[in-house]
Design a protein around this ligand. Sequence first.
Ligand SMILES: Nc1ncnc2c1ncn2[C@@H]1O[C@H](COP(=O)(O)OP(=O)(O)OP(=O)(O)O)[C@@H](O)[C@H]1O
Length: 460
Amino acid sequence: MSLEDNNTPLYRVNSGNQGAWFHREVEMAPMNGHLAVSPLTGHRASLLGMSLLPGGRFPGEDDTDIGPSIYRSSYSSQNLLVQRKVGLSATGPKESGAQLRYQQGNLSYTRRIHSLASCISQVNDYHRDVLEWMRYSPNQNTAYASEGNLQETIHSGYIEREVSIIPIQPSESLQSKTNEHNTVLGHLADRGDASRQDVYSHQQLHFVRDEYGFPVILGTGSFGEVRLASYGRKKMAVKYFTRQHSKIEDVVNEYEILKRLEGTGCVPKIASLIETDPDDPDFCGLALGMEAIDGITLDEYLWNHPDMSKLEWIDIAMQIVSAISKIHKKGILVNDIKTNNIMIAKKGNKQEVKIIDFGLATVGHGVAFKNTSTMSEFMHLAPEVRRGVESDQRSDVFSLGVVLDTILAFTEIEELRIPTEVCVQAEPAERIAASGARRLLQMIRDEVVIGECAQELENL
Ligand SMILES: Nc1ncnc2c1ncn2[C@@H]1O[C@H](COP(=O)(O)OP(=O)(O)OP(=O)(O)O)[C@@H](O)[C@H]1O
């Protein structure tokens, strides 16, 4: 497929005497490209670059100025790719406008803006930490970030950041995507369960968009991003998995685990599989649909609720421990219990705990992780697991203890100290079972209630 065959729109966002700002929504052609990686976040920033038609013209040019862009580059020595990350960028004074690109999860977005001042305010609005600047010059048939202009236009308050550029593989052909699709259905058929009826096309869902037309992102993680959608009257969270980190089987496994746990009430309901756009170069052909939890992660909750009562926090701790106990009773290990994977939803005037991420979960057996001993993002895993020993219920309990310890650190509720300590024992055999921790917390809760009642009586 050549660039000319590609009739997906390319949006011109601004133009001046020397060039044009533009972006397009989808990959241009299955050619070699480059992947830009932000050294700050470690996340993929965007696929960037462009292929030019002779004369520097692009098919389907359009004056639309807002829209998501996943840049996929065609790359040759003539069509040079340069990417630069800056805190803020805008075109020089000769240009009639400016372009702001920002990153959200694995996607980068482009917006047209009309003045440096509005650019600054938009940066502040979005709190984006990564922005990028790019310019196209038809005369030179190159895409480049011009050092001179860049210097002129960087606002002094922001720091320029470089990105490293690494090669990516040519994108897959349509045929291999079709094969992948068939594998999904074959995979589900092989399992002979009810899964197939839970498979939807992304076109059956309505993806909620923000005021600028971008998909609303509920959250991002190391495996991808979670978008807000609706199906009829149901609000759904759709977890997109990057091709780089996940396979179709991983998505199906997470789906199946959610299905198994649905009856426990402690995970999102309505698990389903969503076939995504097969031409999407970044995300797996299959996404995971589930109930959108109307709440925030425990991590955020701890920062945002300094005034909650002791009883409310103990109740949350109890719900978390009880959820893990129920999950263990179903023969499932989470293998990744942490504050970011726990959500707190509001139900009436009560808080409801949901465990949301089963990307590393296993059924009936543990898992041995590689290279977790030195990486800080695995600090929540049990010491033996970080040394490469296979996970088990006791290692989940250690991670549970780390969560309790975090609540204790934030809330200073001393009653949580003993349940925490009996979970985070260095020796696995000395750790309590999740069900035992739940009973312990129940006793603590009862004592607190009795204490508070006695206090009230005394005050009468
Ligand atoms: N069902 C849901 N409802 C609402 N928001 C959700 C839901 N599932 C996930 N999210 C949001 O998306 C974020 C990322 O989801 P998730 O933890 O499943 O991704 P991940 O890539 O597996 O992350 P991790 O890096 O922890 O492995 C969550 O922290 C949460 O903010």
